[in-house]
Design a protein around this ligand. Sequence first.
Ligand SMILES: O=C(O)CCC(=O)C(=O)O
Length: 250
Amino acid sequence: MDSVGNVLGMGVIDLDRFVADGFAKVEAVVPRQVGDAARALLWKRIGLSPDDPSGWTQPVVWTADLTGEGPFGQIMASPRLHAALDAVAGPGGWVPRGSVGNIPVRFPRMAPADDRGWHIDLNTELPDGTWGVSGRPGTLLLLVLFSDVGPDDAPTRVRAGSQRDMAKVLDERVIDPMRNGPLFDETGRDRPVALATGQPGDAYLLHPFTVHAAQEHRGTEPRFMAQLPIPLVKPLAPGDDTPLARAAGW
Ligand SMILES: O=C(O)CCC(=O)C(=O)O
């Protein structure tokens, strides 16, 4: 167990798992009721109803929280979330943000969207303000659940341990993810696949190199989840002494 984790993350995040698998769950960053309140706001925002499936006509509806209103602000201010981020990135190694950002709502009972490819998220800002992917990432990925997500409810798929494979193929160069689909598809493909299941208020921290993908919704209740980058104070690099660096195999 990491010494930082012993002090800051104990009981919040399993750092050994994070280092081995490239992701770990943080249960109840906020109480379930806060996650439920966030979902209620999101239903209004997308103009659909949990009680009227006739309106569920698209496999994915994108919404967002850009202001940190109510429950979203509570989530981003969560002491449990902050402890987990301190444990993974080192105390003060990440930049707080107040809103949860983009939220794909995935609906059941229809042909799935064509957005289920294996990938890692954009992690490196270029001087012109555009983003690419590199082995010196400036972000890690946070997923926050706002609905009950079981194995059939379109949980994000995660190739456990794939961050180590990705660390070997990336370097200082910033690449365009749109031109590197086959690389992402291939990297870590023999790794076991884990599912980001849980309940409203649960979260997952993903290493910026961990390969993951959306999937079809085979359940009955729409899945609400935020996916947001958490900025690092400085880009991750070999020689760093954090669980993030150790997870990369450096
Ligand atoms: O499960 C999802 O909806 C997509 C998750 C994802 O691909 C991401 O966070 O980048």
